[in-house]
Design a protein around this ligand. Structure first.
Ligand code: UDP
Length: 319
């Protein structure tokens, strides 16, 4: 029997590459498309000798020629605030043209489809914690709009392909996921703090550090994604860890885990930085039987070797 084949757009990204690993583990053959704008070949290097894995360097804003697939996972997009600020037009393109091309591929082959959306759809939320039924509070013209609106548009296109073309779609809303393969310089809070703490530099806390985030370790996120992929839920599902920390608490956790004696430096809060973020995961619990297992301290410990190597190279000593 021929094995199932999946397309992962953004397959060389942090999350996309972990998804490729998981799908190979599920018995899929996997074709990963990535234009390497923010993805990295190093993330899929360990898969290059696997005959069930194929990497194609290509921009998914153009027609995707990947052959027949059973599943399309649309994960391509810059995802950190620093990356999407640097590549605003590319972010809007991949979240519009790229979403159309990915959905067209699913439609052409009668494949299932998953859209990697985000908690950014809720913007700077006025409802807390965020349930999937909340429509959000997004500045449509602010600096984050290139990402937020691209993802909101992608959700709209996904629902339209489901309604008008009967494509079997899913929408995943990802909340602050972290772990090995995150790029050290992508500007997100955990790689920034880990890098700064390991180098003995001051940790840069933006604002007064009272804004909150809820951090999900990558293995939990992937487990939720695989369960959602198997489900037949078409409306959005939050997949994230509901334990909420202030950014100042997060800085102290990183210092404790790295054994750092760094100090904290307060810097200006970026415009439209959400003040609070925490997923309501009742839907994922009920529909998928999913909830995260790895708390922040454990996840930071599990990520430590990776960040040590990223900072110090292969000479880094394991704990
Ligand atoms: N942040 C910070 N210091 C840093 C990087 C980020 O204080 O060096 C803050 C940022 O202002 C935000 C939170 O940490 O409030 C999470 O930022 P991140 O870029 O990881 O992702 P976001 O959740 O904003 O998309």
């Amino acid at each position: 029997m021929p094995s199932r084949r999946a397309l992962v757009t953004g397959g060389a990204g942090f999350l996309g590459s972990h998804l490729c690993d998981a799908l190979l583990g599920e018995g899929y053959t996997v074709v990963a498309f990535d234009n390497l704008l923010t993805g990295r070949l190093a993330n899929v290097e360990h898969l290059r000798s696997d005959s069930r894995f194929e990497f194609v360097e290509r921009d998914v804003c153009h027609p995707i020629e990947c052959g027949a697939v059973e599943y399309v996972f649309h994960f391509a997009s810059p995802a950190s605030p620093v990356d999407y600020a640097a590549h605003g037009i590319e972010t809007l393109r991949v979240g519009s043209y790229g979403t159309f091309e990915s959905l067209e591929t699913a439609r052409r082959y009668g494949a299932k489809f998953m859209m990697a959306s985000t908690s950014e759809c809720y913007g700077d939320p006025l409802v807390h914690p965020q349930t999937e039924s909340y429509w959000g509070h997004v500045n449509p013209i602010g600096p984050r709009s290139v990402y937020d609106e691209a993802k909101r548009f992608s959700e709209a296109v996904t629902m339209a392909y489901h309604r008008y073309h009967k494509v079997d779609t899913r929408i995943l809303r990802i909340f602050n996921t972290y772990g090995p393969r995150m790029q050290l310089n992508d500007g997100r809070v955990i790689p920034n703090f880990m890098g700064q703490a390991l180098r003995g530099e001051t940790l840069t806390v933006y604002g007064d550090g009272s804004q909150t985030r809820s951090f999900c370790y990558v293995s939990d996120e992937i487990d939720g994604i695989v369960r959602l992929a198997r489900s037949s839920e078409h409306e959005p599902v939050n997949i994230g860890n509901p334990t909420e920390f202030t950014i100042l608490e997060c800085a102290h956790k990183v210092m404790a885990v790295t054994g750092s004696t760094s100090t904290i430096q307060f810097e200006p809060l970026p415009q439209d930085d959400p003040k609070q973020r925490r997923p309501d995961i009742s839907k994922a619990k009920r529909l998928l039987g999913w909830e995260p297992k790895v708390d922040l301290e454990s996840g930071l410990k599990l990520s430590l070797d990776y960040f040590r190597k990223a900072v110090f190279g292969d000479q880094a000593q394991s704990a």
